[in-house]
Design a protein around this ligand. Structure first.
Ligand SMILES: Nc1nc2c(ncn2[C@@H]2O[C@H](COP(=O)(O)OP(=O)(O)O)[C@@H](O)[C@H]2O)c(=O)[nH]1
Ligand SMILES: Nc1ncnc2c1ncn2[C@@H]1O[C@H](COP(=O)(O)OP(=O)(O)O)[C@@H](O)[C@H]1O
Length: 206
């Protein structure tokens, strides 16, 4: 029997750099895990490819998918839906591959309820001043929206206790290395390795 893959969830407050770090992880390559492409109702940005960056769908299509039980989790974020289609995840995990999700915090907590044996990584800013600088620097939000996001970020940072690991995103390559180290170490954790030995011992004793 193939050993089921491991679910890896990267989350954290808006503007901390989740998207940036995730892209760097996959651009670097050489990973033993696959990226779960999310579904969204937001408009594609220039250069984004359907099925690669996101599955871009209408609100009606997204709501139909929710009604059909097709979403592992979803969240409404800045007037749009974002969610993880269930179909690929279970198939990929059953085939023995690890799956990597990069999602905002409401979604991550829904996944944790359903899949508690995943690895939950919380990306943190070096400090709140730097988080604000990043949101301003990204240039996608008004100052009012940014102030709201900082307030939300404070609540979200308090949720850190629901995660297994905290990774500071001071510099992208360092954050990438820390995340890859966590994934490597998790594969060696006794909780994950023990079932194989239990099975082996069971066979010997039979
Ligand atoms: N819950 C949930 N959040 C998602 C999913 N895909 C992306 N997100 C989050 O949605 C937020 C907005 O993403 P996006 O519009 O691409 O903007 P950007 O990442 O802020 O540039 C980010 O915080 C993502 O982490 C998903 O499938 N589920
Ligand atoms: N380590 C970092 N140092 C400086 N700026 C960063 C770093 N990581 C991300 N950024 C910048 O911060 C902004 C927010 O990053 P983004 O990946 O969009 O965040 P999120 O996906 O968490 O909302 C972007 O302008 C990005 O270029």
């Amino acid at each position: 029997m193939v050993k089921r893959g491991m679910l890896i969830v990267l989350s954290g407050p808006s503007g901390v750099g989740k998207g940036t770090v995730r892209k760097a992880i996959f651009e670097q390559g050489g990973n033993d895990f696959v990226y779960s492409v999310s579904m969204t109702t937001r408009q594609p940005r220039e250069g984004e490819v359907n099925g690669e960056d996101y599955y871009f769908v209408s609100k009606a299509e997204f709501e139909a998918e929710i009604a059909n039980g097709g979403m592992l989790e979803y969240a409404q974020y800045v007037d749009n839906y974002y969610g993880t289609p269930l179909k690929y995840i279970n198939k990929t995990l059953d085939e023995g591959y690890d799956v990597f999700l990069e999602i905002e915090v409401q979604g991550a907590m829904q996944v944790r309820e359903k899949m508690p044996d995943g690895v939950y990584i919380f990306l943190t800013p070096p400090d709140l001043k730097e988080l604000k600088n990043r949101l301003v620097g990204r240039g996608t939000d008004s100052i009012e929206v940014i102030d709201k996001r900082i307030e939300t970020a404070i609540t979200e940072i308090k949720m850190m206790q629901n995660y297994d690991y905290a990774v500071v995103n001071d510099e992208v390559p360092l954050a990438v290395d820390r995340i890859k180290d966590i994934i490597r170490a998790e594969h060696l954790s006794v909780n994950r390795v023990m079932p194989e030995y239990t099975e082996m011992i069971g066979e010997l004793e039979r």
